[in-house]
Design a protein around this ligand. Structure first.
Ligand SMILES: C[S@@+](CC[C@H](N)C(=O)[O-])C[C@H]1O[C@@H](n2cnc3c(N)ncnc32)[C@H](O)[C@@H]1O
Length: 252
């Protein structure tokens, strides 16, 4: 049996303290590895798939520097609570929210999203979303339970992230996944386990699939790997696809 090494909150904070500047050298504003070269087009896709509309209240769980939240709040008349464990990123987010004069539309707080049910009112949000943030979770079941508590009845939860592949060579998949977890402070999730937890929480599954925007073919992610010197493979011929990107949309 293969033991998965769990990443902890301290390692996540450290990762973003160390690498936020490098991430910001290679992205426009969204700290996402699976991304489009047209960031605004990617954000418009998220608006469509989540069904973001005027008058809604949103919770951005693992908000980065609020790149997505700022775009959503400029495009729609929405209110967003944005939460991030990285105080470094929250400081940058607050400055950007000020610059865009969005203080009445976005509130950014430093905190652990596993505790969102303690920070925010229950049964309040139309949408809770995780954009490449769920995969950092140190307690996925607790996290999904917490999200379920703050969502309104009929509200939706959207997750876009990497999920561990299921291949005959699981030993190899797990080896690289463990390395990825260590280097990116991740806890690469399992798609089926995630769906099972969501179903146990009585969520209605609306969509599971590939995000529908055109990705940049990994260009951004390679740039980050070169600048940060975080490498999972020693040479190109060792490269091996160990994870898939999926989006999951469920309704409470
Ligand atoms: C890959 S970045 C994505 C950022 C953002 N969603 C975006 O699209 O720009 C992952 C984010 O999740 C945050 N995060 C990880 N674990 C967290 C936790 N336990 N509580 C709150 N935020 C967390 C990280 O600090 C980071 O901002």
């Amino acid at each position: 049996m293969h033991l998965f090494k769990r990443t902890n909150i301290k390692a996540i904070k450290k990762h973003y303290d160390q690498f936020t500047d490098t991430y910001l050298e290679v992205v426009d504003s969204a700290i996402q590895s699976h991304r489009s070269s047209d960031e605004q087009g990617m954000f418009d896709y998220y608006i469509d798939i989540m069904g973001i509309q005027d008058g809604m209240k949103l919770l951005d769980a693992g908000c980065g520097i609020c790149g997505p939240a700022i775009y959503f709040a400029r495009k729609n008349d929405v209110y967003i609570d944005a939460m991030n464990i990285s105080a470094t990123q929250i400081d940058i987010a607050k400055q950007k929210i000020d610059d865009y004069k969005l203080n009445d539309k976005i509130t950014a707080v430093a905190g652990d999203f596993h505790l969102m049910h303690r920070y925010f009112d229950k049964s309040t949000y139309d949408i809770v979303y995780f954009l490449e943030a769920y995969g950092h979770s140190t307690n996925q079941n607790g996290l999904l339970e917490s999200a379920a508590q703050v969502l309104k009845k009929g509200g939706v939860l959207y997750i876009k992230d990497y999920f561990r592949k299921d291949l005959p060579e699981m030993k190899h998949v797990n080896k690289i996944a463990n390395l990825m977890n260590k280097k990116y402070a991740y806890n690469l999730p399992c798609l089926y386990h995630t769906l099972s937890m969501l179903r146990h929480l009585n969520f209605e599954i609306l969509k599971v699939g590939k995000p529908g925007f055109n990705d940049d073919g990994g260009v951004g992610s390679v740039k980050f790997s070169e600048k940060s010197n975080i490498k999972l493979f020693k040479k190109e011929s060792d490269m091996f696809s160990y994870a898939d990107v999926f989006e999951i949309l469920v309704k409470k």
